[in-house]
Design a protein around this ligand. Sequence first.
Ligand code: IMP
Length: 196
Amino acid sequence: MSKITRLVFASHNPGKLKEIADMLQPYRVEVLSAAELNLPDVEETGKTFEENARLKAETLSRMSGLVCLADDSGLCVDCLDGRPGVYSARYAPDRDFDKGMDMLLTEIAATGDQARKAHFSCVLALADPNEGKTRIFEGRVDGHIQEKKTGSNGFGYDPIFVPEGYEKSFAELTSGEKAKISHRGRALQKFLQALA
Ligand code: IMP
């Protein structure tokens, strides 16, 4: 892989942008946001995390001529047959995740499932216009959905997701603690290994 010192991160989600910029900072990779380059929010028409990540990375790389990293991620709940999955962002009405979490807690309670197992998945796609190819890196973190929201760090569904081996939600961990074990952190570790 050619040396990367600068890339566009194909997301208009400030929570994700901050996590990726923080994680790449020690590696001296400058992260530009799609918003600051006036690049559009690419519509996610794929049926899988990989299809959507590829679509976003390749579209914005073509438009900007720059190396582009895109992430598609979501929360998959076992007793809901993996939903909301690729529709995690759209599940929350008007992207109001406080309401989205309430809806999810109600749906899970209605199934009567006690284990409440769930995982976050993340697929990172790196489209490099110089190489003309897209590389894929995947990460996953298993855990369960607790009955109440706790904590105020992070974003999205963090307050209801408790990672395996912890008794705290993602929203109660520091950004550094979350990055070590999260789906995005794990996918990014694989990307960094490829960078090195
Ligand atoms: P998308 O990848 O832009 O489709 O958005 C995925 C959605 O999944 C986000 O808007 C969040 O709702 C959720 N999500 C993805 N990663 C995380 C995370 O680390 N914490 C909490 N929610 C997340």
